[in-house]
Write a protein that binds this ligand. Sequence first.
Ligand code: SF4
Length: 341
Amino acid sequence: MSNRWFPKPDDLNSTGESQEALHRHASEITRDRFGHSVFVRGVVEVSNFCRENCRYCGMRRSDRELSRYRADHDALAEMLIHHRPASLTDINIQSGEDPVAAREVVLPLVRTLRRETPLGVSVCLGTLSRDLSEDLREAGATMYILKFEISDPVLYRRLEAPGTLPERLEHLRWLASQGWKVSSGFIGGLPGQDVESWLGNIRLAASLPLIGCSVSPFVPGETTPLSGEPMADIEPTLNTMAAMRILQPDWIIPSVSALNLAEPGSGYRRGLAAGANLCTINLTPNRIRDDYLLYKRDRFIMTEERILQAIAEEGLEPSQTSLVRFLEESATPALEAAAVG
Ligand code: SF4
């Protein structure tokens, strides 16, 4: 398979022997490129305020019942400087689209972490103003995660995904042009998403100036307008991860915690076996974590113990090099968008 290869509907829906071959090929490419190392980062979810209204998300602004919070800088800084898990090399600071939290919590936290720790810093904060984005970069954040969520423009509008798709893509390209290492992501198995629409996500991702991309299986949020819809099938999600690895050998592809909601106990490990090379330990303090309601209250929390166990069970090991340092030191062929047929 060369970079001209592009998955077909049969690849997306493959099971049995053809799926095993797809995942094995993706895994071999991952080991060739990254050895047996898997990046381990932490995530702190600093605010569940959001000005957007995505129909698939429990933190949408129309939800008046959700108890909203903004985390305290000092408590997070104390935890990340003095009590962070030893395996951690990077931290991702994430929130709903909340410019107030970005300015008042995230910005000072980035400065603190760059001053006090060797952690690589990434942010996932939605489409902020250019000024605020530049301030975050100057403060020392290196990587920006901006998920395009849905590539199909009709579905994007119908599900009220953030802003407009053209705006989001334009912002993503602008971030990359400013020197950010940009990662993106999308949701697989949304209601109304057919196979072609799903493949369109992969096609769009491969055309963007990215260093990585995630795919999350759709999980119907209990408090959302989509609560009665079925959860996504994990198999096309895993097949998508494998396809993205084959298309983009250099990409950083996370195994997402929602894989364990789609297939309790083994989904996360299967992600690592299908080409993922990034794990995320959830470090959001317990008392606020339950209100970070992307899906539902009984979240599957990835602790350090669970992450290290999954990595070991797959015969892998945590990377000693931070993800951000790796990206800074490596050539960036992934930034050349692949020509995919
Ligand atoms: S998916 Fe993100 S942008 Fe959309 S409502 Fe949820 S937190 Fe806000």
